[in-house]
Design a protein around this ligand. Sequence first.
Ligand code: PHE
Length: 339
Amino acid sequence: IKAQFNEELNAASSKEELERIRVSFLGKKGLVTEELKNLRNLDAEAKKTAGMQVNILKAECEKAIVEYQKLMEEKEYQKEIESAERYDYSIPSEKPVGTLHPITIVQRQIENIFITMGFIIEDGLEIQTEFNNFEGVNIPKNHPARDMQDTYYLENGQVLKTHTSAAQNTIMRKYGAPKPGEPLKVLFPGRCFRNENIDASHENTFFQLEGMMIGDDISISNLIYFMKVLLTEVFEREVKVRLRPGFFPFVEPGFELDINCAICGGVGCPTCKQSGWLELLPCGMIHPNVLRLGGIDPDKYTGFAFGLGLTRLAMMKYNIKDIRLFNSGNLKQLKQFTL
Ligand code: PHE
């Protein structure tokens, strides 16, 4: 039986054949199993020796089948490897690699402008406590300003930050009160979320870029100076701006800085809602309460803050008419932007 088994096994070339051999030797009516059954016809002494032999045979056959199966699998795997296409991952690609997202391009450009003016770049969390997003910037629990911002609340009570100002408190605490003559200058861009109905000019996910300067003698003229530098650098020309009083609970006084619509040239278009002006840069002097909550004494220090609509700025710079493009993942469109 063993010789026959070996012969058949060595000729097996597929899993199916292997299974057939297993059944014909070890299955219910297999040759080895039959031998086991035949044992009962023997007398006790013969049963003992024959039984041992048959059981050894059975174990050998089982082991051989398992080993043969392993061998077959290894051979198959080897074949697969040999037939697979080969790549050399170290050869540089001839195709162009990725491109930067238009928002990233504009963000980096502004970051570079501010870095040369001594600003540090900070990163705010996208998930924030209610305190950081609201109370910490002087928006109390029942303040009407909270209705202005339709907020995404998470189940655990935290919020998706509705504005980059949510990072103000954390940043003030991180750096503490500035030393005399060394104002704290920070730029903190970030993704913001508001529960908006989406159309060509509204998105529920957009980018802002916020800046803050705190020191012992920071005034509105510092604010205006930095805003002018910013806009001239970004648009690479003199831009017409308009400053209006604006209300934000975290600044006093607060301003709305509007810019002449670059898309329609001031004639009026859907993007500027026919007015010729685009609200671009809300800003103001940091409210004393906000400084105090950030651990900075408002009697000794003042500061300004501005919150630039980065998404809107990118729309203006690249003449993009539909805000939905930014989150569309449409590479064909997105890859055409360069600095
Ligand atoms: N956080 C304000 C907003 O989201 C913008 C802002 C920032 C206004 C800083 C003034 C100062 O609309």
